[in-house]
Design a binder for this molecule. Structure first.
Ligand code: TXA
Ligand code: MG
Length: 352
């Protein structure tokens, strides 16, 4: 039905607030309805969307990404009324969190009601992950198509998540039916995933909505532990290698003065991903990519992290890259989680 070699690009950058007038809206909707794969912008990262009730369409998501079949997908909705179709029950505590944070960058794992979503979406689990994105384009599309849309991040499995159209194009051109071109994703890191199938709720993947923010709505309702690195994590995706750039990456934690350059090192083959405030300490010959203005601007670093990892792989002749490990504050938990995976948990010791 689809010509896989050709990926249509729909540029909606001028229509972000009023997609309804967009001339090609019906083409996009029709592509989803016929089981096509269309990448769409969201406020966290770009997603690779398909009809979550269509088994062939969902199968093609796994093929296009090269994703292991035991790693279930997040289902995207525009209205909580859609949950009646495929969620068994929603507790009052979960409802309170939905009211506080939806639409927005948080995914709730809920008990699955069988029969509507295809089995592949949930990877055979008896729960389903659901998110209501706030991005105006995503919202308009989800409303018009009026289907639950399964959407993992629109990258090849194991690669950094895409926060711009170019990132999606780089990984998936020729493998999917269409890409909706919008602006750079705001948040820049994937949603917080919260397991609401047992109480207290557990964070399965940290995101920009933190445990303190959740606890403010639901005092004592959130387990203290963020379970991300065990062999059998709540979110199966957390056990896989993730977010890795092709260039070897190490994390450095402190820099209180200029790096000494008296040795024989060829600094032109090294790159630094860091806040602008640390630029004066970096050897002149090294390449640099700025993540934020200051060492404490976590939101900016979140927003820029994946774009910086993509940019790193475009630099020529870099043999080793270093990324600044921002201060260990709660706000930076998601940033640390993604950085540690990108750097394979390797830190700079004494030697650069
Ligand atoms: O921000 C986001 O969440 C983005 C945008 C596109 O919405 N999506 C995203 O999807 O990050 P993905 O597929 O890259 O990550 C989904 C994560 C995986 O770690 C997966 O294992 C977990 O959610 N997950 C999905 N369904 C689950 C379930 N029923 N139980 C536990 N974990 C689940
Ligand atoms: Mg992903």
């Amino acid at each position: 039905m689809f010509n896989l070699a050709i990926t249509t690009i729909w540029d909606v950058r001028d229509f972000t607030s009023n997609l309804i007038e967009y001339p090609y809206l019906s083409d996009i909707i029709e592509t989803y309805k016929q089981g096509g794969l269309v990448a769409l912008p969201t406020e966290t990262v770009y997603g690779l969307g398909a009809d979550a009730t269509n088994d062939d369409a969902v199968k093609r998501i796994y093929e296009a990404k090269g994703r292991p079949s035991d790693n279930p997908l997040i289902v995207h909705i525009y209205d909580t009324k859609q949950l009646e179709d495929f969620v068994e029950s929603i507790s009052e505590a979960t409802e309170r969190l939905m009211e506080a944070f939806w639409p927005g960058p948080i995914t709730f794992i809920l008990p699955l009601k069988e029969g509507v979503l295809c089995d592949r979406v949930t990877g055979g689990l008896n729960s389903v992950a659901v998110r209501m994105p706030s991005h105006p384009v995503a919202r308009a599309l989800l409303k018009e198509v009026d289907l639950p849309i399964a959407a993992p991040s629109a990258n090849l499995s194991g690669r950094p998540s895409p926060t711009t159209f170019e990132h999606v194009f780089h990984d998936l051109d020729g493998r999917i039916d269409g890409i909706i071109q919008s602006t750079q994703s705001d948040a820049g890191l994937e949603s917080t995933v919260l397991d609401c199938t047992s109480f207290p709720f557990r964070i399965a993947r940290p995101g920009t909505i933190t445990r303190s923010m959740l606890n403010e709505i639901l005092p004592n309702g959130i387990d203290a532990l963020v379970e991300t690195s065990t062999d059998k994590p709540i979110a199966p995706g957390m056990k896989y290698k993730h977010y890795a750039p092709e260039t070897p990456l190490k994390i450095f934690e402190r820099l209180e003065g200029p790096i000494e350059t008296t040795d024989e090192k060829d600094w032109s083959k090294k790159a630094f991903l860091l806040p602008a405030s640390l630029l004066p300490f970096i050897p002149k010959q090294a390449q640099t990519i700025v993540l934020s203005t200051s060492e404490t601007d976590i939101q900016q670093a979140n927003h820029n992290l994946y774009a910086a990892l993509h940019e790193l792989d475009q630099l020529e002749d870099i043999e080793q890259a270093f990324i600044y490990g921002y201060p260990n504050m709660e706000e930076a938990e998601a940033l640390h989680n993604r950085m540690e995976k990108a750097a394979n948990h390797v830190y700079v010791k004494e030697e650069w």
